[in-house]
Design a protein. Structure first.
Length: 213
């Protein structure tokens, strides 16, 4: 589990239990394991009296070390890969945004706008990008989730169209390889085959009779 997720869970538990501050520290330490627990126990008692002190040490030791400037750069360069689906692209973008929220929350009051605009810019398909830009110009208050949902619907329709085209192509190939004959053609072909078989049998019967005589 990532440190930020662990912190969130521990804080929720502390809030539900409403323990005194000293007991809260003991609870946090008890929730730690391995090296992290040893690092906290090495602190002097006065340096680990509160959960805040313990969290600060853990962040210093195990927190995100990537510079904030690098995180901003990664966010603004996040784009959909050549073989990457929309769901995977969305998760990457959201994860980068969460990291920015934890490390540098300044200027993220309108975070949904940042995510929405970067999502559109990062889309692989040019026609979809243009369509979503036009929609944002018409409806400036559109949320990130609204844009993401429309892009997913577009992707599903595209896959459905490709699937129908593929099935149609297979049926066309099958029809070319095995053309369907009319009922009259089938009867003529069957009659011809029967006459050929009867002629063959008659020739064989004639040959056997001549040899017997």
């Amino acid at each position: 589990m990532k440190l930020a997720e662990w912190k969130g869970q521990i804080k929720s538990m502390l809030h539900m239990q409403a323990l005194p501050e000293e007991q809260q520290s003991d609870f946090v330490i008890g929730a730690l394991e391995g090296e992290a627990r040893q690092q906290v126990l090495l602190l002097e008692d006065r340096a680990r009296r509160t959960p805040t002190q313990i969290f600060e040490l853990l962040v210093e030791l195990y927190g995100d070390k990537v510079p904030v400037a690098a995180l901003w750069s990664q966010f603004f360069n996040c784009s959909q890969g050549r073989e990457e689906g929309l769901q995977a692209f969305t998760l990457s973008l959201r994860e980068l945004f969460r990291r920015l929220q934890r490390r540098d929350p300044r200027g993220l009051d309108n975070g949904y706008v940042l995510q929405r605009d970067q999502f559109i810019l990062g889309l692989r398909e040019e026609s979809l990008r243009q369509e979503l830009r036009r929609r944002v110009r018409r409806e400036e208050d559109l949320k990130f989730e609204d844009i993401r949902r429309e892009a997913v619907l577009h992707e599903e329709e595209q896959y459905s169209s490709v699937g129908k085209s593929f099935v149609s192509q297979l049926m066309s190939q099958a029809a070319t390889a095995c053309p369907v004959t009319s009922q009259e053609d089938w009867k003529k072909e069957f009659r011809t085959q029967m006459l050929q078989e009867m002629a063959g049998q008659f020739k064989e019967l004639t040959r056997v009779c001549a040899r017997t005589v």
